[in-house]
Design a binder for this molecule. Sequence first.
Ligand SMILES: *Cc1c(COP(=O)(O)O)cnc(C)c1O
Length: 401
Amino acid sequence: MKYPVAKPLFHGNERKYLLDAFDSSWISSTGPYIDRTEEAFAHYCGTQYALTCSNGTTALHLALLGIGIEPGDEVIVPTFTFVSTANAVKYCGATPVFVDCRKDTWNIDESLIEDSITRKTKAIIIVHVYGHPCEMEPIWSVAKKHGIKIVEDAAEAHGAVLYTVQSKEQIANSREQRAEGEDQRPQSRVPGPMRYAHMVGSLGDVATFSLYGNKIITCGEGGLITTNDKAIYENMKQLRGQGLDPQKRYWFPRIGYNYRMTNIQAAITLAQLEDIDWHLEQRRRIATSYNNALSPCEHIEIPAELDNVRHAYWMYSILISSKCMLSRDDVMKKLFEKGIETRPFFYPMHQLPPYSDQQKNGNYPVADKISAVGINLPTNSALTANDVRIISEAIIEIVDA
Ligand SMILES: *Cc1c(COP(=O)(O)O)cnc(C)c1O
């Protein structure tokens, strides 16, 4: 493929740190790069704690176990997501309850969340789809009102930012009495009406990230978790390492997992993290070029970026309009013939066999629609302005034919 959707790009210290880890013989899951990566990522997200782990799926499993999800619990999950989000709920013996998504950002439709809450609801997982942060203000309020935890699946949104007029505590407490001493998370103040900047990863009780090869930063296979809650952090850390008692060697008071990252993977991650602003700039540059080229085309809907966010553009994605003579799959096929790789949008969870019983709980018209007409375009940091121009022209030629 001349233009792949995603590809890892190593243009900083990746090779140097990788060889340093290798030469040191600390190739397993202890070593200085693990600590350095955790420290650097917590700092980047503005959270108290960060943990490395083996991938974005185990990160989700640890996050859910960390906040105490148990068999019989219900967890609200957007139906429009990658399958890991729902599977991690199942790993805990809990039940995912699906919610439809918004027409513009394709994120969970926050106005539908409250109707899905039952006595069994313990948490909600929000997914910042393709890198666009969720609209948190109503989610903070509803979570606070019902005493449910928020897990961010930020696998696709490293470095994305949400801006708010009020602080997080003001928003969560606006409908009720302020609970004393709660929720003292750091938020950076910015001038102007959008006074508070919140990094993705600091928006809920715990957040998870993936470092798979096609993500914004990568180490091949890996995951990161962030939280401000010490108890959740310690819980997850113990579960990540077989459940080992931190004070007593070879004593396992509970059943844990081996979900650790290696020092080799952490070495690559640290170098990618040093360069994350560069990667985000490239993605924004590519998205802006696509927007300029594709917005006049009436057979395409370009992705939204709400005024109060910084989109991370993991994937630049478009919808093929019903006015187009070709189907989405035909458009993809014709692009493929020109050396342009694309991906179809995720199937919504409620359509997949393990979750099809969820159909009875409601319908999901927005997710059904976008999943049938959405395409992810090449969005890797290496694409030049000329590449984006060639790809955009090819798309317009195909959809306008
Ligand atoms: C990629 C992804 C994951 C899973 O990450 P892995 O590292 O591949 O396990 C989870 N959730 C979402 C939304 C993703 O896009």
